[in-house]
Design a protein around this ligand. Structure first.
Ligand SMILES: Cc1ncc(COP(=O)(O)O)c(C=O)c1O
Length: 433
């Protein structure tokens, strides 16, 4: 076991989109809460009240981070739960509204609720929707990405809206390519267009955006927003922003029991992790610009070094950046590079072969949750569905590695990583599979 454990100091960690290390301040806050705030926050005792106070403080930091009202933040187990809950809420709302309007005899003629989302959402959004479609409980439109921009076209969203559209969900930024989507503009137009039909709720999955860009739920015009702690140096829990839950925006409970979270999510609160999430939010509130600038500087250095190392000399392996505007801060996340390595003769090595040759650099060949399905990463032979949807050709997608820098990345890391990458690519090109 000891051999498997390596600290962040032993590796050059370019997999921050998969998960970030815990910030030391977050670790400290969690440890302290484990010891000092162990009491049940529902207990009327002094120590119970102290735990409750910490939860209140944490909720306030998270609300501040996205310019939300304090009461609009509900703690969840993470992004998967938050996204699934949004889908469930919208569908349940639709069916309960319809049952008020239509007699049971006529219910069969009611159109299925319609969900609009993009082809490149995380599986935690795509899968619950697909499941409902397969079960005949919903219909869905998956909007394709425009390869020229790396984003979706607003008109494509507006074109598919209909009376029974109950949810539009567009991620704020993509976990693989780093593409930033114009969510504020899309949702403003969706809200205006769907006014005549009734309620269509708007959601954005901000898992990859928090801590990398300024987020304001009011400007984004969303009813729901997904928050994931382990993507911004926090613990592995999450939260869901809901615009006036139960009043303006539906949020039917998934769990029933002790009525915690005002009855929306029963279960004794996980105080230490909630405190950790609050500490992570506080760091973002205090230092966002500093973090952004640092990550962008590191990303630019990485980009320039990759170009310098790989593109000078036609005999050498080359790089291809998958995002059309990879260095543009307003269109691509400040920390993400999705890059394919190849040699001019298109020798058949995949990203997995390159990753296997890296001794110190940690990166992934797409979303981490997919790599995990293959115990041996050399077995990855299917290209990422996200890259294919973005118009990336299959042979490029198969050679793509995601490099996501972080707050802890240094210029020395980048110098060393690029040299390692070059030799890993050269080795892979020589061996072939
Ligand atoms: C965009 C996005 N949404 C949702 C999730 C799901 O988060 P979790 O696996 O922590 O539930 C992730 C995690 O990779 C993600 O990148």
């Amino acid at each position: 076991m000891a051999n498997l454990m390596s600290s962040i100091a032993d590796v050059i960690y370019f997999d921050n989109n998969a998960t970030t290390p815990l910030a030391p301040e977050v670790c400290h806050a969690i440890n302290t809460a484990c010891v000092n705030a162990f009491a049940n926050p529902s207990s009327a005792s002094v120590i119970g009240k102290a735990a409750k106070k910490l939860i209140i403080e944490s909720r306030s930091e998270i609300a501040q981070m996205i310019n939300a009202d304090f009461t609009d933040i509900i703690f969840t187990s993470g992004g998967t739960e938050s996204n699934n809950w949004v889908v469930y809420s919208a569908i349940k709302y639709y069916y309960s509204k319809m049952s008020e309007k239509v007699s049971p005899n006529d219910f069969k003629s009611v159109p299925l609720p319609h969900i609009v989302t993009t082809e490149v959402e995380h599986d935690a959004m795509i899968e619950p929707i697909q499941k409902l479609v397969e079960e005949g409980k919903a219909q869905a439109s998956f909007i394709a990405v425009d390869p020229k921009t790396g984003s979706i076209d607003l008109e494509d969203v507006l074109r598919v809206l209909k009376e029974e559209t109950v949810l539009v969900s567009v991620m704020l930024s993509n976990n693989e390519t780093g593409a930033i989507f114009p969510v504020a503009e899309i949702m403003q137009r969706v809200k205006a267009a769907s006014k005549e039909y009734g309620n269509c709720f708007c959601h954005t999955d901000a898992a990859q955006s928090i801590g990398k860009m300024k987020i304001d739920v009011k400007k984004l015009n969303v009813d729901y927003l997904t928050i994931v702690g382990h993507k911004f140096y926090g613990p592995r829990i999450g939260a869901l922003y809901v615009n006036k839950p139960g009043e303006k925006t539906p949020l039917p409970p998934l769990f029933f029991g002790g009525n915690q979270e005002r009855g929306f999510r029963s279960g004794t609160e996980n105080t230490p992790m909630i405190v950790g999430l609050g500490a992570a939010a506080r760091l973002v509130n205090e230092n966002l610009e500093l973090y952004r600038n640092h990550m962008y500087q590191m990303k630019m250095l990485l980009h320039d070094k990759l170009v310098e190392m790989f593109e000078t000399g036609s005999e050498r392996p080359c790089v291809f950046f998958n995002h059309p505007n990879v260095t543009d801060q307003s269109n691509c996340l400040v920390n993400t590079i999705s890059v394919a390595f190849y040699d001019p003769e298109w020798k058949s090595f995949t990203a997995s072969a390159v990753l296997n040759n890296l001794s110190k650099v940690v990166a992934s060949a797409g979303a981490a949750c997919h790599s995990q399905q293959h115990n041996d990463s050399s077995a990855v032979t299917t290209p990422s569905r996200v890259l294919i949807s973005c118009g990336v050709e299959e042979h490029i997608a198969l050679r793509t590695i995601r490099l996501s820098v972080g707050r802890q990345t240094t210029a020395a890391d980048i110098e060393e990583a690029v040299v390692q990458l070059y030799s890993a690519v050269s080795m892979a090109a020589q061996t072939k599979i």
